[in-house]
Write a protein that binds this ligand. Structure first.
Ligand code: NAP
Length: 488
């Protein structure tokens, strides 16, 4: 008889934690808890509230496959709309019953086939299985700008947006030209707000349109799931993801050339002033950094209220930012759109597995995982969107769902009594990672001549380096030759 009383603890109630909670209940697990360190669900969509926040994955594809949303208002959804989708989904599946908010898991120790968990409020719990759904980009990169303490205005990171005062009438300095900085500048300049964009290295931008769904379209989607499926064009979308991953992983491919041309033409066609165009021309290949999609950044930066600053930042002073040419750029607000530390994952949680294998030792050089979902010596500890998995311009919801199907098969081994715990062997993990690193060095992220958050401490892209269909194939079924089963 399957043992449905197994205690399963999920860490994090962002997109992946919500997915895990729903799937666990569907599978009949009744002894579950989701610990969430914040006061609400949503993860990255709860934390990021900056003006202009938009997901550049098409709305209907950035949606759980089992919880379609006919009501997306735009082809690319706003952050607020995505956050309310996750809140609604949490309510709809009754997940509040199992989520404990304001509760961080600070320690997980594997003792006598159980994970002993320490919670931030002093309580303890123990679990047969732990699912880490702790997200990728949630530890902010907050550069220590000299003189910031003397700055008379407000300053904050893009993921900690201070909404206490209106921005109208203020002069805003935005540091950083990733997807975030680009979206903020486009939004503020469209509203006529005075903005200075401090860009250390310009990035390539792929043009994209973001239309609205009409009320008639949404009504049709509500009335007929078939109409929604047709509009979503699953096959077309999968084919485009496949082409895109081929372009990334084979810089010599036709797809890579096509994407590169589209970015170059976008810059040439959009920026009229040759000096500004030169200042916005990256020194690396398109797609080397995570590709930015924007319908309106180039128009925004050419507005009278916007200025691009390429000079190096020296320090902050009371009235603004001083650059290496001696100029003081006066401003009222400094926004750090400077990205995240992507190598944290479950950290700072203290994790020790079998024979006291410490996560910090296991990851002393870089985060390593078998197929990004599990680690040697960490029995029954599974990760969604863990290290070196697919990241990039496609739906992390889709990736997490595929990973879930894989993890569920490993959990079934425990539930069905075939073992007490399961984990990948050190050898399989090492061989996988060697192959991954070798392939990663052939991708545009490595050969394209840039620094980016994709690169690990050794300068190797920390991502899935093959195409999308290979990932789908890998997630179909665990190869049990690569796993160790503990039987008591
Ligand atoms: P990011 O891509 O890492 O970009 C950070 C920017 O800050 C870069 O331009 C970087 O310059 C600059 N920077 C960092 N430290 C700096 C310093 N000390 N001085 C000056 N400039 C500095 O971060 P992000 O824009 O927040 O995006 C992170 C990721 O979040 C994206 O790649 C994406 O995966 C996700 N995201 C997705 C969406 C979406 O639409 N789906 C939207 C926003 C974010 P250098 O290039 O010179 O290092």
């Amino acid at each position: 008889m399957p043992d449905k009383s197994l205690r399963v603890v999920v860490i994090g109630a962002g997109m992946a934690g919500i997915l895990a909670g729903i799937k666990l209940r569907e599978a009949g697990y009744s002894n579950i808890a989701i610990y969430e360190k914040a006061a609400t669900v949503g993860g990255t969509w709860r934390e990021n509230t900056y003006p202009g926040l938009t997901c550049d994955v098409p709305a209907h594809h950035y949606t759980f496959s089992f919880e379609r949303n006919p009501d997306w208002s735009q082809h690319l959804s706003s952050g607020a709309e995505i956050q309310s989708y996750f809140e609604r989904t949490t309510d709809r599946y009754g997940l509040h019953e199992v989520i404990e908010f304001n509760t961080e898991v600070t320690e997980a120790l594997f003792v006598d086939h159980l994970w002993q968990l320490q919670l931030s409020d002093g309580r303890r719990d123990s679990a047969n299985i732990v699912i880490a759904a702790t997200g990728v980009l949630h530890h902010i990169n907050d550069p220590k700008l000299p003189g910031l303490d003397c700055f008379a205005g407000r300053h904050f990171h893009s993921a900690r947006w201070d909404h206490s005062e209106p921005l109208e009438g203020q002069r805003i300095a935005v540091i950083g030209m990733g997807s975030t900085g680009v979206q903020i500048i486009a939004n503020l300049a469209r509203r006529g707000i005075e903005v200075s964009h401090f860009v250390r290295n310009p990035q390539w931008i792929m043009p994209v349109e973001n239309g609205n769904y009409t009320e008639a379209e949404r009504a049709a989607f509500r009335a007929d799931p078939e109409a929604l499926a047709q509009a979503m064009d699953f096959e077309g979308y999968s084919a485009s993801v496949e082409r895109y991953t081929e372009a990334l992983t084979d810089p010599e491919s036709e797809g890579s050339w096509f994407m590169s041309q589209a970015c170059r033409e976008n810059l040439t066609a959009s920026i009229k002033d040759p000096k500004l165009r030169e200042q916005l021309t990256p020194d690396h290949e398109p797609m080397c950094k995570r590709l930015i999609f924007s319908p309106d950044y180039y128009q925004a930066i050419q507005k009278d209220c916007a200025q691009l600053v390429r000079e190096e930042i020296v320090c902050a002073e009371a009235k603004g930012i001083r650059t290496s040419d001696g100029q003081l750029h006066e401003c009222d607000v400094i926004v750090f759109a400077t990205g995240f530390r992507p190598d944290r994952f479950v950290r700072p949680m203290n994790v020790a597995g079998l024979d006291c294998v410490d996560l910090e030792d296991l990851w002393s050089q870089k985060p390593v995982a078998y197929l990004s979902v599990a680690m040697p010596g960490m029995p029954n500890f599974f990760m969604l969107n863990g290290p070196n998995g697919p990241v990039g311009n496609f739906s992390l919801i889709d990736i997490a769902e595929l990973q879930w199907d894989y993890i569920a098969q490993l959990m079934d081994l425990v539930r069905d009594g075939r073992c007490l715990a399961v984990y990948p062997s050190a050898q399989a993990t090492q061989e996988f990672d060697q192959a991954r690193v070798e392939a990663a060095k052939k991708t545009i992220w490595y050969t394209g001549g840039c620094q980016s958050w994709y690169l690990d401490a050794e300068g190797v892209p920390a991502s899935w380096p093959w195409n999308y269909s290979r990932f789908v194939e890998a997630m179909k079924e665990p190869d049990m030759r690569h796993f160790v089963m503990l039987k008591g």
